[in-house]
Design a protein around this ligand. Structure first.
Ligand code: PLP
Length: 382
């Protein structure tokens, strides 16, 4: 079996976890938590990192500190893993779904600009309100799809004009770059995930990163039950139990030491697939980064004819090669059906859903295995 993307734990993980067990610092306070936060913030070039239980919790807290409230709207791509959209509902706000850019598969920034300038009005507070419903635009969540950063300069510019908070969902794009700057560091808030399938893992984990010190302090507070006093049970708002444990952070510190190596390998894997598929012609396209981006190629993704996607996936699985489709469009899922979709349809997201297939790309995949995967796909088409 060649897995899609399995974790590799071959560095200092054992050593650091042993230190936690030997010293008894296993829970949500400890030196590895601090180290992980500091080293990640330094790596990204942001002022603050707050480690939390997972990427979904980071997104949830982002919306709270951005001041997103019940009945606000939050602008999201329909082509995404579901987590960011669910967190919009956690705070009682509603998603408005947008199409993706056909090349990067990230949020179509032109559509966001059009929506804000044509469909919204600016009120006295300087914020944008959706003319059709009167709802306030609370935030936008650009998701860096499959590791590729969104076109952030254009997005930041238009969102600044309308005071819309930009929460960069960089859960898939750690190690990627946008015009030389690290993904995760580009919005007002960045969210990371260290789930088992991500480029580095803590088993489960996440981090919220920001340059805003007040926000970082509030996230720390909210993620520890809004506890005001270390001794007395004094709480001043409704908080959450969202902190990462020292054991998980120990894994994180060890994994972060390997990140650059992993990004290099992921990029090599994508490049190798591109070479191997070069002669195959119009039947298959390998997703590629934009000229302004450096992708971590978290996943290697091919695009095939809509009629070929399902049978090819089954063909690969039958040969012990794990392959997976891209996410179902969120606005088509039962709990989000009938929600607001900008422009009423999302043709590029639909096309991506119909054609994209993710193929094995663990950082420890061997070059022989890459050839096996590519060979099987070429066999299918011949
Ligand atoms: C993985 C992922 C998340 C959530 O991260 P968890 O750590 O699994 O909660 C959020 N958004 C996207 C796009 C993801 O891929």
């Amino acid at each position: 079996m060649i897995p899609l993307a399995e974790p590799v734990l071959a560095g200092n993980e054992w050593r650091y976890i042993k230190e936690c067990l030997d010293t008894g610092w296993v829970s949500s306070v400890g030196s590895f938590v601090n180290r992980f936060e500091e080293e990640m913030a330094k790596y990204l070039g942001v002022a603050h990192g707050v480690a939390v239980v997972n990427g979904t919790a980071a997104l949830h807290l982002s919306l709270i500190i951005a001041g997103v409230k019940k009945d606000d709207i939050v602008l999201v791509p329909t082509l995404t893993f579901i987590a960011p959209v669910n967190t919009v509902r956690y705070v009682g706000a509603y998603p408005v779904f947008f199409d993706c850019d056909p090349e990067t598969l990230c949020l179509d920034v032109n559509q966001i600009a059009q929506f804000l300038s044509r469909e919204c009005e600016r009120r006295g507070d300087g914020m944008a309100y959706y003319k059709k419903t009167g709802q306030r635009v609370g935030a936008v969540i650009p998701v860096n799809a499959l590791g590729h950063p969104a076109d952030m300069d254009a997005l930041m510019e238009v969102c600044r004009q309308y005071k819309v908070c930009v929460i960069e969902d960089a859960t898939e794009s750690l190690g990627s770059e946008y015009k030389g700057k690290k993904a995760g560091a580009l919005g007002n808030i960045g969210c990371l995930s260290f789930n088992g399938n991500k480029i580095i893992t803590t088993g489960g984990g996440g981090m919220l990163v920001t340059n805003n010190g007040e926000w970082a302090a509030r996230v720390r507070h909210l993620s520890t039950q809004a506890k005001k006093d270390p001794l007395r049970y004094d709480h001043d708002e409704i908080g959450y139990n969202y902190r990462l444990t020292n054991i998980q952070a120990a894994l994180g510190v060890a994994q972060l030491e390997k990140l650059e190596e992993y990004v290099t390998r992921k990029r090599e894997i994508a490049a190798r697939y591109r070479e191997l598929f070069a002669g195959i012609g119009g039947k298959l396209k390998v997703l590629q980064e934009a000229s302004w981006a450096k992708s971590n190629y978290w996943l290697s993704t091919i695009q095939v004819d809509p009629n070929a996607k399902e049978p090819l996936m089954q063909y690969l699985i039958d040969q012990g090669i794990q392959a997976r489709p891209i996410w179902n469009l969120i606005h088509e899922l039962p709990m989000y059906k009938g929600g607001n979709v900008y422009g009423e349809s999302t043709p590029h997201a639909l096309h991506a859903w119909q054609t994209c297939l993710n193929i094995p790309c663990s950082v420890n995949i061997t070059n022989d295995q890459i050839e096996t995967v590519a060979g099987a796909i070429k066999n299918y088409f011949s």
